[in-house]
Ligand binder design. Structure first.
Ligand SMILES: NC(=O)c1ccc[n+]([C@@H]2O[C@H](COP(=O)([O-])OP(=O)(O)OC[C@H]3O[C@@H](n4cnc5c(N)ncnc54)[C@H](O)[C@@H]3O)[C@@H](O)[C@H]2O)c1
Ligand SMILES: O=C(O)C(=O)C[C@@H](O)[C@H](O)[C@H](O)COP(=O)(O)O
Ligand SMILES: [Zn+2]
Length: 409
């Protein structure tokens, strides 16, 4: 890997500045972007660019010095991209077996974990030989958790194949599975040793999945990066279409944002909770919808961010204009913004309050929420009462528009 010597492009209105260091990789036509996650002895690189999969074996070999690995993927991804990864590993002299799981959120459960761990143990993979997760967030979260507990901790590599996984789930080391009590309630922090995000792989991703990933991109703007949100309002259509360099820039910018927050608070004792904007509500919507494809994670996050901003507005914290701007942008690209946009689920306030009560951010029985003083001005609130949330959800489910704000206190 060598640093590119070409003069960097000047910063313009349409170019993001914090979008990774440009690097030239042998065998890859266009320069890639490199984002470092600085975590002491667990530090690693995220490589973002078109055409990285064919050289992923060499990247793993150079970074980790291994000759053996186990690939975990799902049936859909295997059909599109496994052969290229397999050849890349062969070319790099990395012997490997492959475990292929069914696709979809339903796979992130205890039964699949057991099957996967059995398969990995049967393969004889050692602690120092990486589990390679080739897929979206489901494969990444499940394989990462399996690696975390296999032989009390086995190395692992993320090769994310969805927009969501490239901008979010492959970075930061949150791994885990869902249970009947809610999302990601069993898991571990376990950092990958390398993330290789080949943005060319997104050409086979269905549009609905792309949009779901885009919701997490918007999240970074809404948390603490108003200029990025502005840029997405102008260039979001290009990010989704994969036109020009906008998508690679958005992926690298998102990874840089996440890397910065994770480096400051790896295990979510404080500020990392900001990455949960929209998730306390979103996870509840997902749990109630039943993880069966009616509501994708990113769609739940889009609806959840609107709910969090709406709660902020009614507390007198956030201008109505910012709620409207967030809602308008999500809707403009085709994301749902209300639970009613999801068909076939009988939403109830009680049905949503139960998974909310299980939220991992709770302290001393009180659930914490990520609220906002505006776009790019999110913060952690400890003083939200369950009755306030239930009233909000009641209004949302009844489609009652937001009225004048009542300041909290
Ligand atoms: N660990 C984290 O920090 C983190 C962050 C965000 C989300 N998540 C988790 O990620 C999961 C959602 O991930 P996701 O949205 O990637 O869903 P996913 O993994 O289910 O992938 C979406 C679908 O797209 C298919 N697919 C994947 N790549 C493809 C490609 N290149 N071409 C064609 N089809 C492809 C998959 O087979 C699947 O059917 C949720 O469980 C969520 O909780 C975790
Ligand atoms: O990495 C984080 O931290 C996040 O919160 C990122 C989220 O997008 C992601 O969905 C994560 O899995 C949610 O974490 P959880 O702790 O609420 O389960
Ligand atoms: Zn998420």
């Amino acid at each position: 890997m060598t640093a590119q010597t070409a003069t960097p492009l000047p910063d313009t209105r349409n170019r993001l500045s914090d979008d990774g260091e440009l690097v030239t990789l042998p065998g890859v036509a266009a320069p890639a972007r490199r984002v470092r996650v600085p975590l002491d002895d667990r530090a690693y690189d995220i490589l973002v660019g078109d055409g990285l999969l064919p050289v992923t074996g060499r990247l793993i070999r150079e970074t980790m010095g291994v000759r053996r690995a186990a690939v975990v993927t799902d049936e859909t991804v295997a059909g599109h991209h496994l052969a290229v990864l397999s050849r890349a590993l062969d070319d790099a002299g990395i012997a490997h077996g492959t475990i292929i799981l069914p696709p979809g959120e339903g796979t992130k459960r205890f039964g699949s974990l057991e099957t996967l761990l059995d398969g990995l143990l049967a393969s004889g993979i050692e602690r120092g030989q990486p589990v390679i997760a080739l897929g979206g967030g489901v494969v990444g979260d499940l394989a990462g958790f399996a690696a975390a507990v296999l032989r009390r901790g086995t190395r692992f590599v993320q090769v994310p194949t969805t927009l969501l996984a490239q901008v979010d789930s492959s970075v930061g080391g949150k791994t885990g599975i869902n249970t009947s009590h809610g999302k990601n309630l069993v898991g571990a922090f376990h950092q990958p040793g390398l993330v290789v995000a080949d943005t060319g792989l997104l050409s086979t991703l269905p549009r609905r999945e792309l949009l779901a990933g885009y919701a997490e991109v918007v999240k970074y703007g809404a948390i603490d990066d108003a200029p990025f949100f502005d840029w997405l309002e102008r260039r979001g259509a290009e990010v989704i279409a994969g036109a020009g360099s906008a998508r690679d820039q958005a992926v690298a910018r998102s990874c840089a944002a996440k890397a910065r927050i994770v480096a400051a608070d790896e295990t979510e004792t404080g500020q990392r909770a900001l990455l949960n904007l929209g998730h306390t509500f979103g996870h509840a919507f997902e749990a109630m919808a039943g993880y069966d494809g009616r509501l994708l994670h990113g769609e739940g996050v889009a609806i959840g961010m609107v709910a969090a901003f709406r709660l902020s507005v009614r507390r007198g914290l956030c201008p109505m204009a910012d709620l409207e701007r967030l809602t308008a942008h999500l809707a403009a690209v085709g994301l749902p913004t209300r639970p009613q946009d999801v068909t076939g689920v009988d939403w109830t306030v009680d049905g949503l309050m139960a998974p909310i009560a299980q939220d991992k951010k709770a302290r001393e029985g009180r659930v914490r929420y990520i609220l906002a003083r505006g776009i790019g001005r999110s913060f952690i609130a400890d003083d939200v009462a369950p009755a306030e949330v239930a009233a909000l959800l009641d209004d949302i489910l009844a489609d009652r528009p937001e009225g004048p704000a009542v300041p909290a206190g």
